[in-house]
Design a binder for this molecule. Structure first.
Ligand code: T6T
Length: 329
């Protein structure tokens, strides 16, 4: 199902959460031996896209807080790399332990389809968080940011800094990740609407800051007239900022997705001009609510879209600061 945008973003700012149309009914499947009466006791498993990423740590904080509130338990795991080859065996072993529900950020929309769908087929209630898969119809709910809108907002920030126009580059993770693909798509569509700008394309850093820095160093040598770079996630943004700084190109506007503490430091230092911060804790909280509703046999919301805040030096000590991710709960 195509997700519609929460709001049309015309200026830098925040958008609120929006539950999108369409409900699915939880089937009340137990998938385990705990709980079942709505008063808690369920066992939830949360599989992150990757361990140690402040986006997923913040999501875990939301998951744990809501789990405690609802009286359910949650076990969180994440692979060392954002890589379906590592996530698949992790999912298989988590599912073998028969949790009542699985909250998962799929690291690839096609490679993770079968393993996650198999979990649902075995009676585990699945809630997709952040990323999704090609056909998520088996899931009780799918919760993600307005990634396309965030990509558009990233271009708006570059456009504002360079009204004269120029060349722009996207540094993403890998193709096949629904979140970063949608961000790049939103960014590229916005670029295409402004005749003064030209995209030099999308390059993939495999979630490695060093690779993002290498890509940016090479791009700045190749296209000396680049005016802006959109880095589509936390690690791409960290590396992009390093590459721009090492090249001494403070005339290039860098907009990064996500808002980990290191990125915020780069923003304060003036290496990065804007950060598109998601609402990972809210995604985590809502994921637990949806999982418990499904386990209780109540209606669930098929798709939930959360908002974002564009952080700049102007709002980092106010509203923007509240959107910064956590390193620990
Ligand atoms: O940007 C987030 C997440 O939304 C994306 O799916 C993968 O990368 C992050 O975890 C940031 O590192």
């Amino acid at each position: 199902m195509k997700w519609s945008k929460a709001l049309s973003i015309t200026a830098i700012g925040a958008v609120g959460a929006l539950a999108l149309a369409g409900c699915s009914s939880g089937d009340g499947g137990s998938g385990g031996d705990a709980g079942g009466d709505g008063d808690g006791g369920y066992e939830l498993a949360f599989v992150q896209g990757v361990a140690g990423d402040e986006f997923y740590i913040s999501m875990q904080c939301g998951v744990e807080a809501k789990a405690e509130e609802l009286g359910v338990s949650v076990d969180t795991q994440g692979a060392k790399q954002f890589d379906p080859a590592l996530q698949k065996p992790l999912v298989d072993s988590v599912v073998a332990s028969s949790p009542d529900a699985l909250l998962i950020a799929a690291t690839d929309q096609s490679a993770m389809q079968a393993p996650i769908e198999a979990a649902a087929n075995s009676g585990v209630e699945v809630v997709l968080v952040d990323t999704t898969v090609e056909d998520p119809s088996f899931a009780a709910s799918a919760i993600a940011s307005d990634n396309y809108g965030g990509g558009e907002a990233a271009f708006a920030a570059i456009e504002e800094a360079h009204p004269e126009g120029g060349k722009v580059l996207v540094v993403s993770i890998d193709p096949g990740i629904t979140t970063s693909d949608a961000r790049a798509e939103g960014f590229e569509a916005a670029v295409a609407e402004n005749d003064k700008f030209e995209s030099v394309g999308i390059e993939y850093s495999h979630n490695q800051p060093d690779e993002a820095a290498r890509i940016v160093t090479a791009a700045l040598q190749r296209d000396k007239d680049l005016v802006g770079i959109f880095a589509a996630n936390l690690f791409a943004a960290e590396g992009t900022a390093t590459g721009v700084q090492q090249a001494g190109r403070d005339d290039v506007t860098v907009v990064g997705f996500d808002a980990g503490p290191a990125q915020v430091e780069q923003l304060r230092d003036g290496i990065v001009q804007a950060l598109v911060a998601q609402e990972p804790a809210s995604i985590g909280e809502q994921a637990v609510e949806q999982a418990v509703a499904a386990l209780d046999g109540e209606e669930t919301t098929a798709e939930i879209q959360t908002g974002f805040t564009v952080i700049t030096q102007d709002n980092i000590d106010g509203e923007g600061g509240e959107a910064v991710y956590q390193s620990t709960c």
